[in-house]
Design a protein around this ligand. Structure first.
Ligand code: GLA
Length: 389
């Protein structure tokens, strides 16, 4: 069922507006953003739709085709603590919007997400599309950067996930057939077009069949471990440092890392090694993409996947198996866990000429290892797309 049909069924009238925000993939640049690194990413042609109408009384009333529970709050009376359901992200976003802008109207809306949840950043997409709807009915136009920051703060401060701005930036700025190359330290970015000499590609998403939430994963602990490494390195080197939460791996020069890394506890060393090596890979990958070398970009994405498993130490058995299968499947340029690496899915850049055999071979091998996931595991092949703006 489409969100506009559900809207009609519930409210007995058609929605006034429809909006869409795409999901994202990040072949290179995983776990860089929360410590102010660089990322590369794309938006894909699947995402979140919302059908909505303004509500003059300031109430937000939402339902989602993917979740049972309907959610309702007043724009000026958002509960201060989260309720533990899918709409927490949107309550947090309402708070962040009303902290900056005077608004009076709410919305009634139906949300529809395509594809299973986990790994494509549906949370950022739902927040961005909701903020867009709420801003539209209130006739305000925050800048893209403001919308990104409201969404990030809703996740960090309301939901409690120490994420960065990778997801929102891809979903906002991306352009079809371009690669977003963003420096999260100063928000400068480039949209690098696919070089005409580049081999054709499509984006395959392999859903493990296991869904997840970041709030319940080790996501925050990994970020803290990395930040602890940065703090310790700054201290070893006699650098000036400030508050722990405001210290980032990006502050640590490469020479300092190389000189003192062996003093770090093993776990912190590995997190820092992931971050530093990913920083290098992102830069190499951006240049490979620029010159049309999708094979090199893909190879680097496979390396990034390896580092996520062995240095960042994430990945469920299902995701690791998918990653392994992808590395030896003909026609896949490269790929890795999509997103944080706690359940969810893997993404791959593939040569369209091999699409059928890739889907067949990966599925057969995966379901042989996890027969109980038959019916839950699925593959989707898609294209890059424009972001929200
Ligand atoms: C999640 C977070 C992002 C980023 C990725 C890992 O998607 O929301 O900010 O840290 O994981 O790269």
């Amino acid at each position: 069922m489409l969100c506009q049909d559900k809207f009609l069924e519930i409210y007995k009238k058609s929605p006034e507006h429809l909006a869409f925000c795409p999901y994202r993939i990040c072949p290179l640049g995983a776990h860089s953003d929360h410590n102010l690194g660089k990322i590369t990413g794309f938006a894909i042609d699947k995402g979140i739709h919302i059908a909505y109408r303004p509500k003059q009384n300031g109430i937000v009333e939402l339902c989602s085709l993917q979740f049972d529970k309907r959610a309702q709050w007043h724009i000026h009376e958002v509960p201060r603590t989260k309720e533990g359901d899918w709409a927490d992200y949107l309550r947090g976003a309402t708070l962040k919007l009303t902290e900056k802008y005077r608004i009076s109207k709410g919305i009634s809306g139906v949300i529809e997400g395509s594809l299973p949840i986990g790994g494509l950043s549906s949370s950022a997409a739902v927040v961005l599309v909701f903020l867009k709807a709420l801003c539209d009915v209130n006739e305000i136009s925050p800048t893209p950067t403001e919308l990104i920051m409201m969404s990030v703060k809703a996740e960090n401060e309301y939901v409690g996930v120490s994420s960065g701005k990778l997801d929102q930036s891809c979903e906002m700025y991306a352009r079809k057939d371009h690669m977003l190359y963003l420096d999260t330290k100063d928000d400068t970015y480039e949209l690098i077009p696919a070089n005409p000499s580049m081999k054709p590609y499509k984006i395959a998403i392999f859903f493990s069949g296991v869904e997840r939430t970041l709030a319940g994963s080790k996501f925050n602990m990994r970020v803290d471990e990395l930040r602890s490494a940065a703090y310790a390195l700054a201290a070893y080197a006699g650098m000036e440092y400030g508050k722990f939460q405001e210290t980032n791996m990006r502050d640590i020069p490469r020479e300092v890392y190389d000189k003192y890394k062996d003093r770090l506890p093993d776990n912190w060393h590995k997190r820092a090694e992931h971050w530093m090596s990913e920083y290098d890979r992102v830069q190499k990958g951006a240049e490979a993409w620029r010159r049309g070398d999708i094979e090199e970009y893909g190879r680097l994405s496979f390396e990034s996947g390896w580092s996520s498993i062995y240095n960042w130490e994430t990945g469920s058995p299902e995701l690791k198996a998918l990653y392994d299968i992808m590395t030896h499947t003909e026609g896949i340029y490269g790929g890795r866990f999509s997103g944080a690496g706690f359940k969810g899915c893997c993404m791959a850049l593939i040569d369209p000429a091999y699409q059928e055999s890739i889907v067949r071979n990966v599925s057969e091998e995966y379901l042989k290892a996890f027969p109980e996931l038959k019916g839950k595991y699925m593959v989707h092949v898609c294209d890059s797309a424009d972001g929200l703006i």
